[in-house]
Design a protein around this ligand. Structure first.
Ligand code: ATP
Length: 365
């Protein structure tokens, strides 16, 4: 078993708190991603798990065992760093086989193990090449093979694709995911790229300012961001603040103010701070309460103007149109508030544009 636990883990450098306290549990066999902007503590977390650093407080466990005082080479962990990871004076075979000098390979035969790994990462026949004669993607494949050579219980990858171009990054991340599934190795992956995190992971931890703001499956984090930061960082979002002015039932009828034992509806009329509008949203805030919620760009629909006005109609001046192939992204200036919406690819609105969103699309923050 190679589940990983961080409980109450903190890392300080002098007066600087780089991390924590954080509590994270990575399950055995899981592909777990730490995602967040530069400086949020992702690499520090990974280094604490690898054993390159010791926590200032709290405990790191691997397979249920405390790692306090256990050096990196005794942790059974393979690490793929960001770049420049290969030994330049060794060819590909020597790079991949490096760790096997210190540790018996699975099966006992180092040469056979190296062949197996080169096949696994798609580098069959390139064993004699020097690293400088490889492309960026090939170098990262060698780094991955080298980390996997001793069959570690745990694989740690620190932004392994960051030096590659977008297309290659996408291809390689699919390969990494497929290799991870095949081997079933518990993997902790670090990236600042939220799209990559959503695409590749079983679960993600959204990090900000040395803290973990949310842990969940990609879908959970996207559909129900737990904090303002998570809502804004993972995918695009529109954030709104406002005051609840009324509770309403689902059919739009004003709900009993104090209930008197009756059921509370889960919808609220909210007067927005940033826009001259009052909208109906799925929110259980009480009348008078200041609330915040988010609405994804794709939750909006264009209002053609024919028929009765839709719920939650918002109007703005079109500032920018981007054709994305599968959708069109519109930036609207709504009296100073910038609203981003995604509508059908064939939409070509101009001038003043009206859009609307259903109450259920609002995610309370
Ligand atoms: P990036 O994506 O830029 O690598 P990160 O999320 O991995 O960022 P860390 O490298 O973990 O972030 O750094 C977290 C914080 O700790 C940062 O503010 C950084 O400046 C600080 N920090 C990291 N290592 C040290 C160190 N050795 N000494 C002092 N401060 C450090």
């Amino acid at each position: 078993m190679a589940d990983v636990g961080l409980s109450g883990v903190e890392k300080r450098y002098g007066d600087t708190r780089a991390l924590g306290p954080v509590d994270v549990d990575v399950r055995d066999g899981e592909f777990f991603t730490l995602v967040g902007p530069s400086g949020c503590g992702k690499t520090t977390t990974l280094r604490l798990v690898a054993g390159f650093e010791e926590p200032t407080a709290g405990e790191v466990t691997i397979g249920g065992r405390s790692m306090a005082g256990v050096p990196p080479e005794e942790r059974d962990v393979g690490v793929v760093p960001q770049q420049y990871a290969l030994f330049p004076h060794m060819d590909v075979r020597e790079n991949v086989g490096y760790a096997l000098k210190f540790r018996e390979p699975p099966g006992g035969d180092a040469e056979a193990r190296i062949d197996e790994l080169l096949d696994l990462v798609g580098l069959t026949g390139l064993g004699d090449r020097d690293p400088e004669d490889l492309s960026g993607g090939q170098r990262q494949r060698v780094a991955l093979a080298r980390a996997l050579a001793p069959s570690p219980d745990l694989l740690l990858l620190d932004e392994p694709m960051s030096a590659l171009d977008a297309r290659l990054r996408e291809r390689l991340r699919r390969e990494v995911r497929s290799i991870q599934r095949e081997l079933g190795v518990t993997t902790v992956y670090v990236t600042h790229d939220q799209e990559e995190a959503l695409a590749i992971s079983d679960r993600v931890a959204v990090m900000h300012d040395g803290r973990v703001e949310q842990v969940g499956t990609p879908r959970e984090v996207y559909d129900a961001p737990a904090t303002r930061f998570a809502a804004a960082f993972v995918g695009e979002n529109n954030l709104f603040d406002g005051e609840v002015v009324e509770r309403v039932s689902t059919d739009g009828v004003t709900a009993a103010a104090d209930g008197g034992g009756s059921e509370r509806s889960s919808f609220a009329r909210v007067r927005l701070d940033s826009l001259d509008a009052t909208v109906t949203v799925a929110h259980d805030g009480a009348v008078g309460e200041q609330v915040a919620f988010s609405v994804r760009p794709e939750s909006f629909a264009l209002d053609s103007g024919s028929g009765p006005p839709p719920t939650n109609r918002v109007e703005g001046r079109l500032r920018d149109t981007e054709f994305l192939g599968t959708a069109t992204r519109l930036t609207l200036d709504c009296d100073g508030y910038t609203l981003v919406v995604r509508v059908g690819a064939d939409a070509t609105p101009e001038g003043r544009v009206a859009v609307s969103f259903p109450p259920e699309a609002a995610r309370p923050l």
